[in-house]
Design a protein around this ligand. Sequence first.
Ligand SMILES: Nc1ncnc2c1ncn2[C@@H]1O[C@H](COP(=O)(O)OP(=O)(O)OP(=O)(O)O)[C@@H](O)[C@H]1O
Length: 355
Amino acid sequence: MDLYVDIRKKLPGFTLDVKFESGSAALGLLGASGSGKSMTLRCIAGLEKPDSGKIILNGRVLFDSEKGINIPSRKRKIGILFQNYALFPNMTVEENIGFALENLDKTKRNETIGKNIEMIRLQGLEKRYPFQLSGGQQQRVALARALAIEPEALLLDEPFSALDDHLRNHMVKQLMDTLNDYHGVTLFVTHNMEEAYRICKNLVILTNGSVEAKGGKEELFQTPPTFISAQLTGCKNISSAGFSSPYEVNAHDWGITIKTDSLLTQNIKYVGIQSHYIRLACENDEENIFSCWPSYISEAPFKTNIYLSLNKEPSDRDDYQLQWEISREEWINIKERALPWNIYVDPLKLIILDK
Ligand SMILES: Nc1ncnc2c1ncn2[C@@H]1O[C@H](COP(=O)(O)OP(=O)(O)OP(=O)(O)O)[C@@H](O)[C@H]1O
């Protein structure tokens, strides 16, 4: 199972120019709002026509501008699940799921509908209309409808963004279970990096209509290759940086020099550290220890974010250089400690960027 995409499309004020491939492992398209994620999916689904390029699914050419091929959407064997899931309001659960199966005979059609209702565990609710279902149930019907046509590719466009956190987690788990039994290509569009990480094996990061970075998720999250991919994979601390010595970087925005584990070049542009990798210094630490004061504290039920001012007391709550994320237990332990605190920045955890 594979999908090859290499397309360009010019819109007023925006140009999409993307190239990537996907096998049967779920591929996430991660990008900020307006980066071109939905437009990419719409082109693959045949809802928009690229100006040029090629789209090939399992050897079938769906679009080829040079050869004048543009297979209509309904013949592409692609299932789509959008964020507003667009169920037909005047159709029941079973009618919604059976909508695109009109080419099957009645027995086969009913069998397929039954199989899909079982898959989403909505037995007993076949005759209900969308307004009689919860948001999560509607979402499951939409997923079953997308899968009922046995698509060769399943395109999911921010399918959980309208759901509350609890339901969202539940739906992510359910989607992952469903995807285990689905052997087609899966593209999952999101701007939520945690969801992308949980659901997808590989990621394509989009910025302004172009591919910023692509690869395995672990690699992209651990060592994002560019400033924007570092931001999109959740790095909250990124400073412009300059070469100080082969193993020392000047972090300009933080006003500190940090020892690194890797050999630096003169090309270094940024240095980053994930907020959860910072820790309190202990006796054995000999370098990369920085004194700091909290300038602002944001407490959530299970974790606390501390905004730190380095090397000096903060003048106000906006005067900080680093964000530090710790568990609530750690916060309770350190909140009464005398100031300044000493934090340790692990050279092995630094993100060094030259792009
Ligand atoms: N039909 C259209 N005509 C002109 N411009 C469009 C059209 N559809 C989308 N765009 C523009 O194309 C760009 C990419 O839009 P797209 O919907 O693909 O972004 P996205 O990454 O999916 O964003 P979001 O996360 O907000 O959904 C945006 O600048 C958008 O304004």
